[in-house]
Design a protein around this ligand. Structure first.
Ligand SMILES: [Zn+2]
Length: 278
């Protein structure tokens, strides 16, 4: 009775926290990109020689001759690139326009108009530095674009070192890749709806899930049954009111009586103890 899209949201987003396998799979695949850039091994060597060659990861494209595994990795490349930025070293791995290496946004997103008319649209930071950071454009830059190019030059005025560029992960405090942070980012478009009162309650899990179902109006009370073409008597078993979740658990005279008993028992169990302590 609750939509699957709602159920697979994390608990803090109002769902039941059941994992969405597609998103989890994408997050796990992203880990391979991280390993490719950060660890050394036989498969990394093969992938570097066969697919990456001298390109930056940002500029890799689909090819019909790619192996199915590599195609799957390319499908999640954009997700990976959203979370990865570079601490710049020698500039050989970072893509000048598309990579995030100076500030949190790629230059292509920060200066889209300059990129559109720029003659040098691809290459690593190292290649741009080797050309003295010189950019040429297809047409004359007006005053506004002149201001933009000055800003771009200020941003990119970096001295490169001999060290390789080091990738860091922006969705994790430690700056190291985690599947959890990637998964949580993929779920980030859902609205916050923490339900702390339910999930932090000291009650068994099945009771918490039952409370969550009540909150979603997803219990088969008679009003909900009638929405599913059930034609029985819709009155409450204990009184003449219509049976709904609110009625059954709060408004029905019997429910009120039960709650008053609970309040009495809780009150009674607190009072003598507190007096005895005094
Ligand atoms: Zn009733």
């Amino acid at each position: 009775m609750v939509k699957w899209e709602k159920i697979i949201n994390p608990k803090r987003k109002g769902g039941l926290g059941i994992h969405d396998l597609r998103k989890l799979n994408h997050s796990l695949l992203c880990k391979w990109w991280w390993k490719l850039e950060n660890k050394e091994g036989m498969w990394q060597k093969v992938a570097e020689k066969k697919y990456v060659k001298n390109n930056t990861i940002t500029s890799l494209k689909f090819k019909a001759t790619n192996s199915p595994v590599w195609k799957d990795l390319l499908r999640v490349k954009d997700i990976y690139l959203r979370g990865r930025r570079f601490k710049i070293g020698n500039g050989r791995s970072a893509d000048f326009w598309r990579g995030r290496w100076c500030g949190s946004i790629a230059l292509i997103a920060k200066f889209p108009e300059l990129f559109d008319i720029c003659n040098e649209q691809s290459g690593s930071v190292y290649e741009f530095a080797a050309k003295g950071w010189r950019l040429t454009f297809r047409r004359w830059l007006d005053e506004r674009l002149q201001v933009q190019i000055r800003k771009l030059r200020d941003l990119t005025a970096t001295a490169l070192s001999q060290e390789p560029d080091s990738p860091c992960w922006i969705w994790e405090k430690s700056e190291r890749f985690t599947v959890k942070s990637t998964y949580s980012h993929l779920c980030s478009d859902a609205v916050e709806e923490p339900n702390n009162q339910i999930w932090k309650a000291k009650a068994p899990l099945k009771i918490k899930i039952f409370m969550w179902l009540c909150q979603q109006n997803a219990i088969l009370t008679k009003d909900n049954l009638s929405k599913k073409n059930w034609h029985g008597d819709q009155h409450c078993c204990f009184c003449q009111g219509g049976e709904s979740i609110i009625h059954l658990f709060f408004d029905c005279p019997l429910a009120r009586y039960v709650w008053s008993l609970v309040a009495y028992v809780v009150g009674a169990s607190c009072r003598p103890n507190s007096f005895e302590q005094f």
